[in-house]
Design a protein around this ligand. Sequence first.
Ligand SMILES: Cc1cc2nc3c(=O)[nH]c(=O)nc-3n(C[C@H](O)[C@H](O)[C@H](O)COP(=O)(O)OP(=O)(O)OC[C@H]3O[C@@H](n4cnc5c(N)ncnc54)[C@H](O)[C@@H]3O)c2cc1C
Ligand SMILES: O=C(O)CCC(=O)C(=O)O
Length: 375
Amino acid sequence: MFWTIGWQSSTRNTIQYLRNHPALKFHQNWCGLSMSKPRIAVIGAGLIGLSAAVCISETIPTCSVTIISDEFTPNTTSDVAAGMLIPHTYPGTPIYQQKQWFKETFDYLFAINNSSEAPSAGISLVSGWQIFKTSSSAELPFWSDIVLGFRAMTEMELKKFPQYRFGQAFTTLKCDCPSYLLWLEKRLKGNGGEVHAKRIANLWDLQNNYDIVVNCTGIGSRQLIGDLKIYPVRGQVLKVHAPWLNHFIRDGDGLSYIYPGIHNVTLGGTREKGSWNLSPDPNISKDIFDKCCALEPSLQKAQDIKVRVGLRPSRLAVRLQKEILVQGEKKLPVVHNYGHGSGGFSMHWGTAKEAARLVGECIATLQDSLSKAKL
Ligand SMILES: Cc1cc2nc3c(=O)[nH]c(=O)nc-3n(C[C@H](O)[C@H](O)[C@H](O)COP(=O)(O)OP(=O)(O)OC[C@H]3O[C@@H](n4cnc5c(N)ncnc54)[C@H](O)[C@@H]3O)c2cc1C
Ligand SMILES: O=C(O)CCC(=O)C(=O)O
């Protein structure tokens, strides 16, 4: 009992520390609410919905936040991911914007990693190599000055990979995805947030019970709101037990990677544009395993091999914007936050902060029309 109370109070202290950490804090009072308690529905309980819900509940503490979703951890795309903070570029989103989202996410997770919450949140630091067969294919990525200690690999390091000519070494962060999703859900509930299991067929079904809807349905946005710009990029990975590995290896083509985490090592992978097939393919599993063993022969001894498949919610640009739906006299403010493709973990806290800011703007507009209606 003593230990339980001690643990809870230390967890509370750490959460307070995280709330006040400069990397995590932002305009807490920008909207000066007078609407009694704005009711926010966040649709989707993957990484993007959970992080947006937590961020809204902490930056606008006067509102109520409810997540509504048909699937939860461990059954979301976010559970399948490797959870590495290595961004992929969105061609339709300005680079300065992607850099800002990545920096905000990196700083936020680095602060968690540097707290006693790190193991329960599943956040670890991981160092390793990105290797290339030709040096001309290795551009300096836009995120090279955000990750830690980015540098060219030495000749000695490259000796491990005789087929490769060039490489980049750096330290980044990794999320153990199911642990991190559960941790976010607990944090939301600790802030008074609620979670409901339900599939939403029409955003207007929420209009009677909520003032603002935040759409974080990932690939589900194709059906829910008919966005044909979002498409699946199927990814198959293996999760294996190989606790002796602690260094990541990524082929610069993005098709073979070995990512050690707290509970397992993720071996990847595939990128099949337009495929909706969620069934694992045994031939692909063998191919992934063989390619990863060629990079890291000790993987031959890996055990407890599990196959997972996920559909990356891909789009030329992340959709992060307000939309006011109108039906006759009725209006429903919606904040869209979806289409993170291969980079949800790398960008999620930056996009959650922007979603929370847009929710704040919607609240201010609602207040304004309420006070005009009273005149
Ligand atoms: C193999 C693989 C490896 C990856 N590795 C990495 C990585 O290392 N680093 C990285 O940054 N990214 C990685 N990603 C990408 C990352 O997983 C995604 O960007 C991220 O998970 C997207 O999160 P999301 O919350 O938008 O989607 P999801 O996790 O799919 O969540 C969507 C949620 O919306 C709910 N939903 C959908 N429609 C409805 C509806 N109509 N009604 C109610 N609920 C609904 C779903 O049930 C679900 O809960 C990887 C992806 C894959 C597939
Ligand atoms: O690309 C990587 O190396 C990280 C994993 C990932 O983001 C993916 O498979 O989509």
